[in-house]
Design a protein around this ligand. Structure first.
Ligand code: FAD
Length: 390
């Protein structure tokens, strides 16, 4: 994986201009979609891969930065062995298609054919390779302040923004490239908001709470960082709604029937939420993208850039940050796969194939983003007021 490009100038310019948001802000009541699904909290993750770009520079300051893994005795039985169920893969049921469109808005309604083992073309990790995978209970490892700051953290963000985005003058940046920037910036805002929401206020007494100065200084004072958070939320929401059939039919099997039923029921509540369908029928229109002659080439380029971003997550020098960084980037990669896997070039493989781990990452990312928006709505005014008093 090569890191070639630089996009720092564009980021700064966008920050200064405070570009207008292109998506509607949506209904506030939709902002929080909290759910607690046992299956969706147990994430399989490869945490200790070598950074492909530079030597390890682990910078954990707090003990809280390390991740506690699940002991093998706690792995659900069904996760241990390959789990194939459903229709044979040659029974392809092609969805209603629009071959002339580069990106189709529809997916096969007989969507789920057992958990597949297919690599995600948007991410660096080989999702079909289970070696060195370990299970982590996300509820025991919440995303919050870890003390990971300084040159190590800065190098990752700089590389994410500078190395992976093309060096075009801002005005030449096409819509698709802006989307990659907005997705990353929205995710960055969300991470900063979770740090602000659960911050170690006093190390001596181990007092945790909200850090409203941080919320304001890192996110709220930059209008476009909030807008990008909305954008990322709506983008991921669209991927989830597009994959409704698949997610509803998927087998949530942890070996605990009560939890499995609860998971299925909560999943349906989320997917068929009438408020969501009424207020946000099409949160983001993926069919507008990758059109024109440059479409396929551009898509490949952006896919390669996103892969680089995903590889950079192995360079994050703090375990817990790496866990959440990898999980959320996989979630974004899954959203990209859902939104753009059904297209002209790939029309022979139009049935969506999303792995269990990708579903977990996607749903957790949606949860993180919606919790971030909720926190901004609840605490934003107080944070702004506090900043005015300084
Ligand atoms: P940073 O957040 O490091 O930002 C660097 C620069 O990026 C800023 O100066 C600004 O120019 C630009 N920038 C900032 N926000 C945006 C935005 N939304 N859009 C566009 N540009 C922006 N720390 C924790 O305590 N807990 C965590 O769980 C955690 N997870 C992390 C996950 C990843 C993948 C990474 C790379 C870092 C993580 N960190 C975490 C570290 C954290 O994100 C910050 O890097 C750290 O707190 C230092 O913050 P900073 O003020 O230097 O600015």
């Amino acid at each position: 994986v090569a890191l070639k490009h630089s996009w720092g100038g564009i980021r700064d310019q966008e920050e200064q201009e405070g570009r207008e948001n292109e998506v509607e802000m949506g209904d506030r009541s939709l902002l929080s979609l909290p759910f607690s699904l046992l299956l969706l909290w147990l994430q399989e993750v490869k945490l200790w891969c070598n950074c492909p770009f530079w030597p390890d520079d682990g910078m954990c300051r707090l003990r809280d930065c390390s991740v506690c893994e699940c002991p093998e005795s706690e792995f659900p039985e069904s996760f241990k062995k390959p789990y194939h169920h459903g229709l044979p893969s040659d029974d392809l049921n092609c969805q209603e298609g629009k071959p002339e469109a580069t990106v189709d808005r529809t997916l096969d309604s007989k969507a789920f054919r057992g958990w597949p083992e297919t690599d995600n073309p948007w991410t660096y990790d080989d999702e079909t390779d289970n070696s060195e995978m370990t299970y982590v209970n996300l509820q025991l490892n919440p995303e919050r302040y870890t003390g990971y700051t300084g040159p190590s953290a800065r190098r990752i963000w700089d590389a994410v923004y500078s190395e992976n985005c093309p060096k075009y003058p801002a005005e030449e940046l096409c819509q698709e490239e802006k989307i990659l920037y907005k997705l990353i910036s929205g995710l960055h805002s969300s991470i900063s908001i979770h740090i602000a929401s659960d911050y170690l206020l006093d190390e001596a007494t181990n007092l945790w709470g909200h850090n409203l100065d941080l919320l304001y200084d890192r996110v709220l004072r930059y209008q476009n960082r909030v807008q990008n958070l909305y954008f990322t939320f709506l983008f991921v929401l669209r991927a989830v709604t597009k994959a409704t059939d698949y997610l509803e039919q998927a087998e949530y099997n942890t070996g605990n029937p009560t939890e499995d039923l609860k998971t299925e029921s909560l999943m349906r509540q989320l997917l068929y939420n009438p408020k969501l369908q009424a207020a946000c029928p099409l949160p983001f229109d993926e069919a507008r993208l990758w059109k024109g002659q440059r479409g396929p080439e551009l898509k490949q380029k952006i896919q390669a850039q996103f892969k680089n971003i995903s590889a950079l997550m192995d360079c994050v020098g703090c375990e817990k940050c790496r866990l959440w960084g990898k999980l959320q980037v996989l979630g974004l990669g899954t959203a990209l796969k859902i939104l753009f896997s059904v297209n002209g070039e790939e029309h022979l493989h139009r049935t969506l194939e999303v792995q269990r781990n990708e579903v977990i990452a996607l749903m957790n990312l949606l949860n993180r983003l919606s919790e971030s928006l909720k926190f901004v709505h609840e605490m934003g005014a107080a944070a702004e007021k506090q900043s005015e008093g300084k």
